[in-house]
Write a new protein. Structure first.
Length: 333
């Protein structure tokens, strides 16, 4: 039984098919073919990552994922080169996106055609740390960059001479800051996005000794559990010592008075004042003054004595008294 060429050709055409090619997470179908070879040309798509400077510099070594147009991951990734570029081979007519990773944040680009290219530039976000006057920056204090949920990105810097801590981030990165100062930490409350900035002003917490002023007494700043922050000062002539602390820091004070440690009884928050109640040994008394011309003890004369630690009768202490007439004096303490 024979078959005509035309009929045979018709069968071939009916059986003609296409090729479907899969590559780097994309796919494309070729035109119908009968017996010819098919060539599919690969195209290149490019992303460049730059910093926020006035004359932008390339950012090297940052991860970029190739995504499908619907944002799903192709499983293909690479890292920016020394010039900030990352390049992916892609099938023709395959639209796609990029996901860029930087400072533990990510951003997804708009959709691009197969041979498209795009640039992503970072922005700067800053925290300013001010002293209790609000006029001066505090230098060399650690600031951590956090995600919006308060988890740590692992990125940190110290404040500069103006109190600024500046981070490069992606323009849609939501974040907070954690400030470290004098044994305490403070996490900013407001979630910032991209180049939005933040300011933290510390408070001045002053402790005072009650009763007679105690000058040049060591005072330690303690945490809420009374563990030591490592910060200490000495009281001034008014018996006061003032520490700059973060607004939310709950703390205590401890001072050494007359050979014993005394501390605040109630916790203090932020820049609020506090008092150390002195409950140590009672004031020293002058018990009696004995006159040499009369072999009897006179009426006891007593007075309170509050002086510097550790020894109330150190060489700088002066005890003043008066007698009715010239006489030798014996002090009994």
């Amino acid at each position: 039984m024979g078959i005509s060429l035309n009929n045979a050709r018709g069968v071939i055409e009916a059986l003609a098919g296409r090729f479907r090619v899969y590559y780097n997470g994309g796919l494309c179908d070729t035109a119908p073919v009968v017996h010819d070879d098919v060539v599919v040309s690969i195209e290149v798509t490019t992303l460049r990552l730059l910093d926020s400077r006035a004359v932008p510099e390339p950012i090297e070594g940052k991860r970029v994922n190739l995504l499908r147009s619907n944002g799903s991951n192709t499983g293909v990734r690479d890292y920016t080169d020394v010039d900030g570029y990352v390049r992916f081979e892609i099938l023709p007519r395959v639209a796609h996106k990029f996901r860029v990773y930087f400072s533990d944040g990510t951003t997804v680009t708009d959709e691009l055609p197969a041979a498209g290219s795009t640039t992503v530039a970072t922005v700067t976000t800053s925290l300013t740390l001010l002293d209790s006057s609000g006029e001066n920056g505090i230098e060399n204090k650690r600031v951590d960059l956090l995600r919006h949920n308060g988890s740590n990105t692992g990125v940190r810097v110290n404040t500069d001479e103006n109190g600024f801590a500046t981070f490069e981030v992606l323009n849609d990165f939501q974040h907070k800051f954690k400030v470290h100062l004098n044994g305490g930490t403070e996490v900013t409350a407001v979630v910032r996005t991209g180049d939005e900035d933040e300011t933290v002003q510390v408070g001045l917490s002053t402790v005072t000794y009650n009763g007679v002023a105690q000058n040049d007494v060591r005072v330690d700043l303690l945490r809420s559990n009374k563990s030591n922050t490592g910060q200490r000062l000495y009281t001034d002539e008014n018996g006061q010592a003032s520490f700059e602390v973060l607004p939310s820091l709950v703390h205590h004070f401890r001072g050494r008075v007359q050979n014993s440690w005394e501390s605040t009884t109630d916790p203090v928050t932020g820049g609020n004042p506090a008092t150390i109640a002195v409950t140590g040994p009672p004031a020293t008394k002058l018990v009696a003054a004995k006159q040499a011309v009369v072999d009897e003890w006179g009426e006891a004369y007593e007075f309170g004595l509050s002086q510097n630690n550790p020894n109330p009768f150190n060489p700088a202490t002066a005890i003043r008294y008066t007698l009715a007439e010239e006489s030798n004096v014996s002090l009994v303490v």
